[in-house]
Design a protein around this ligand. Structure first.
Ligand code: URA
Length: 453
């Protein structure tokens, strides 16, 4: 049995003592946290003790020093990519999850087209939110399971590569997340921060831009909760020597007009070709501006945004995306002609029940409608249908007449479509007068780490 973290002559660290200490609200030492993470990863302490410790963390919280120590230990539980020989900065973006959020598909090639490297390791759909890997897999043949050496080769060749988490990256998170999932301990900003940051920092990046969502379709419905998590992640990343910035952005309605895997690839391609819906374009350009600035490719964010607009308009970002698709085994014809992407057999229009204005959207319910169609997973082992999804015709503030379509459902099953239609109808709040007050901006505010200023 290993007790590597005990100074010579002192008592060995015992799981039960660490649990008691956190239960009583005391601050743990880095050595104690490192012990829990190492012993959890190696299977040395049983699941019931790790679970008890996780619950103590949920109830008592962690200090900034404890959060950094937890992130660092989880990061060091696995491989950390060494990309120091690449000739430009390595930057990435992470989103806390939304509905219709396909910005990663645009940002990786866009930022690579500006000369930086984007080693993006992404996740699958979680709950009602979509996942980048599921979207990429809608492109026939696209391989998100490249081993790390091949990931590195794609990155060398085109400046960006997009894969899923491998068993080598932060194995402690895999173990801890599986326990959190079944013990009611996912909802802790400290655990969420360590989980996300340990995986992102393993990419060997210099800078990270966070898109922390708030609103009815976000995990953090309240802006103050989103800001708290954003600050925690920015401070943790900074403490570990990274340039950090977080944008708090609205998720009170889907981003863009399309929700579902193939449909979202189609919309991302529209943006990469210089078109696409305004809100999606705005967020992509804002995030890209920050990525270019954080990575040193632009002196100011505004300059980064100008460069990004040009790279989208000129087709250079789209060309980068094509290169990456080819290098990762995808059928590039499906990108050149999105009609070749998987499409559903049937469509069903969801008509407005009355005349009026859209004053609120339950965006989480919209995400659940997409999952109900088969576009996401109810259970981890479910397979995803890339062809299904929702095209949104009416968004916040829009006027609608009774019987006009609110959305069109793309489906492969009548029963699933009926369930999705119910959820979609319930998700719209329609009133006789337009929404009061100013429309809240998509980008609510920016939290910058000292190094990113
Ligand atoms: N996503 C993660 O990767 N980890 C969490 O804890 C929550 C969301």
């Amino acid at each position: 049995m290993t007790r590597p973290l005990t100074p010579l002559g002192s008592n060995p660290i015992r799981a039960v003592d660490v649990i008691r200490k956190k239960r009583d609200g005391q601050e743990l030492t880095s050595a104690e946290i490192q012990y829990v993470v190492q012993a959890c990863t190696s299977g040395e302490i049983p699941d019931y003790q790790i679970s008890a410790w996780l619950m103590a963390v949920v109830l008592r919280g962690l200090t900034r020093a404890e959060t950094s120590a937890l992130t660092d230990s989880m990061l060091r539980s696995g491989e950390i990519l060494d990309l120091s020989d690449l000739p430009a900065a390595k930057v990435d973006k992470h989103s806390t999850g939304g509905v219709g959020d396909k910005t990663s598909l645009v940002l990786a090639p866009l930022v690579a087209a500006a000369g930086l490297f984007v080693p993006m390791i992404s996740g699958r759909g979680l709950g009602h939110t979509g996942g980048t890997l599921d979207k990429l897999e809608a492109i026939p043949g696209f391989n998100v399971n490249l081993p790390l050496p091949q990931f590195r080769r794609v990155l060398d060749a085109c400046g960006c590569a997009m894969i899923g988490q491998t068993s080598e990256i932060a194995p402690a998170d895999r173990k801890l997340y599986a326990l959190r999932d079944v013990t009611g301990t996912v909802e802790s900003p400290y655990l969420i921060c360590a989980s996300i940051m340990s995986k992102k920092l393993a990419e060997g990046i210099d800078a990270l831009v966070l898109d922390v969502k708030t609103g009815s379709g976000a995990f953090m419905k309240k802006e103050q909760d989103a800001a708290f998590l954003a600050e925690l992640m920015v401070e943790t990343g900074e403490h570990m020597g990274k340039k950090m910035v977080a944008l708090i952005t609205g998720m009170d309605q889907p981003l863009g007009l399309k929700v579902g895997n193939s449909l979202e690839v189609e919309e991302a391609v529209d943006v990469l070709r210089g078109g696409g819906p305004e809100d999606l374009k705005e967020l992509c350009i804002e995030l890209a501006g920050w990525m270019l600035h954080s990575g040193g490719a632009a002196d100011a964010v505004e300059e980064g945004k100008t460069v990004s607009r040009k790279l989208l308009a000129s087709g250079e970002a789209f060309e980068k995306f094509r290169q990456m698709v080819i290098l990762q085994g995808g059928d590039v014809r499906a990108i050149d002609e999105p009609a070749r992407l998987p499409h559903s057999k049937f469509k069903l229009e969801v008509a407005s029940p009355k005349d009026g204005f859209i004053v609120a959207i339950d965006c989480e319910a919209m995400g659940r409608a997409s999952v109900a169609l088969g576009g996401g997973r109810e259970k981890k082992e479910d397979s995803v249908d890339p062809a299904v999804g929702i095209v949104v015709h009416r968004k916040l503030g829009d006027q609608v007449s009774g019987r006009e379509p609110l959305c069109t459902i793309h489906h492969n099953s009548e029963a699933r479509a009926r369930q999705a239609a119910r959820l979609l109808l319930e998700s719209y709040q329609i009133a006789s007068t337009p929404p009061a007050g100013e429309k809240p901006p998509l980008i609510r505010h920016v939290i910058r780490g000292a190094a990113a200023k």
